[in-house]
Design a protein around this ligand. Structure first.
Ligand SMILES: C[S@@+](CC[C@H](N)C(=O)[O-])C[C@H]1O[C@@H](n2cnc3c(N)ncnc32)[C@H](O)[C@@H]1O
Length: 379
């Protein structure tokens, strides 16, 4: 039940741990109504167009889900009965495929596979009774992806509008050795305070995620515009009117792209020429311009107005790192007078070597790796 003062929130945009606050701010800027950040993401309201806009324009959301039902589920029977009441024929028909995922916390039912199976059974039985059809399960490329959240014995059922997660923008066919997810890179750019009219350098850019995400912002390229389609475009209820609406949103997004090629100074550097070639190819696929240079971080001499340096140096856990790298970076970074230097780190070697109090320090998770974003304003 929603009270008068609490607007109804039917949608949930999921976010990487630590990025919920910046996702809330981004959705507010996109004029998405009734946003509210919580653990794991941001609830929002509005109509289906708001949700389509979030899919197309959010750089930070990982998935966008629509809430279909909420009910108590202390045991398998309650879960099955609650799931059977949903009108699944809105989404699924004779030739659509289905997958169900479950996240459980503090509940009597403790096996996510069992919970997914129970909900899948309820969906299949309900469609068999109502339409005399039996949808097939496809765990890898389903047309319709259902998510179950079972928290403190309260079940919430969602259908996933995004399909493939939104970090798969479609521009990264190849990656370097430890690429950042595009959605996390976009969240870090926002934490860093970088603005699209300022210079940006990533001196250890790998497959170029920070550089490409920044260039997409500078050129006003909507992050979802390169995708072939979203999950909702495979639903039975994706009728002519919805097709017209998403086509119109895509058209509007194309119209606001900057095509004159003139943007702020955005530079990706890496010491590895092969990785840099991947970054260039990714940028080309994303349809953005940036500068690229092969070089060691110790030789970085920015040929631009002071701006932002945002980087993700190799982590010990994922790439073998060079022991002198933190001191090399610190020596170079401390000389970048007027720059804000930001680094996503999994240890404190660089912060120790910087010998400067950070302006920003924020805990973030890169997948399962606990990291911290540090930013220093260089005097
Ligand atoms: C963790 S990866 C960066 C990943 C990147 N953020 C992405 O999304 O693909 C670190 C990068 O630092 C580069 N690197 C390591 N040592 C370097 C150095 N001394 N100078 C310049 N680049 C270096 C590596 O070649 C690697 O591409």
């Amino acid at each position: 039940m929603t009270s008068k003062s609490e607007p109804e929130r039917r949608y949930f945009a999921t976010a990487a741990r630590g990025t919920e606050g910046v996702l809330r701010d981004e959705l507010r800027e996109l004029a998405i109504p009734a946003v509210k950040a919580t653990r794991g993401g941001v609830h929002f309201g509005g109509d289906f167009t708001s949700a389509m806009r979030a899919c197309l324009h959010s750089r930070i959301a990982v998935r966008v889900l629509e809430k279909l039902a909420q009910f108590p589920a202390v045991d398998a029977k309650q879960l099955y009965q609650g799931a059977r009441l949903v009108k699944w024929e809105r989404f699924l028909g004779p030739s659509t495929t289905l997958a169900v995922r479950a996240n459980l916390r503090d509940s009597t039912l403790t096996h996510s596979t069992f919970v997914s199976l129970k909900v899948k059974d309820a969906i299949v039985d309900s469609l068999r009774d109502r339409l005399r059809v039996r949808p097939n399960v496809d765990r890898y490329e389903p047309d319709v992806l259902i998510t179950v959240h079972l928290i403190k014995n309260q079940a919430e059922l969602f259908v996933d509008l995004s399909g493939n997660p939104l970090h798969r923008r479609g521009y990264r066919i190849a990656a370097g050795s430890a690429p950042l997810k595009e959605t996390l890179a976009a969240a870090i750019l926002r934490f860093s305070g970088w603005r699209a009219d300022k210079s940006l350098i990533d001196p250890m850019c790998g497959s170029g995620t920070f550089v490409i995400e920044a260039a997409m912002q500078a050129q006003n390229v909507a992050p979802g515009l390169n995708r072939k389609r979203f999950g909702f475009e495979r639903w039975i209820c994706h009728d002519q009117e919805r097709k017209r609406q998403i086509a119109e949103l895509r058209k509007q997004a194309r119209e606001i792209q900057k095509t004159d090629g003139r943007t702020s100074f955005i530079l990706g550097r890496d010491r590895d020429a092969a990785t840099l070639a991947i970054a260039r190819a990714n940028a080309k696929r994303a349809g953005v311009n940036a500068r690229w240079e092969v070089g060691e971080v110790r030789d970085l001499k920015p040929n631009c107005e002071p701006g932002w340096l945002v980087t993700n140096p190799p982590y010990g856990v994922r790439l073998s790192s060079d022991a002198s790298l933190p001191s090399q970076m610190a020596r170079r970074f401390r000389e970048l007078s007027g720059f804000r230097v930001c680094a996503l780190l999994s240890d404190r070697e660089l912060p120790k070597a910087m010998r400067l109090r950070p302006t920003i320090e924020h805990e973030l998770w890169n997948g399962k790796i606990e990291c911290r974003l540090f930013c220093w304003d260089i005097p």
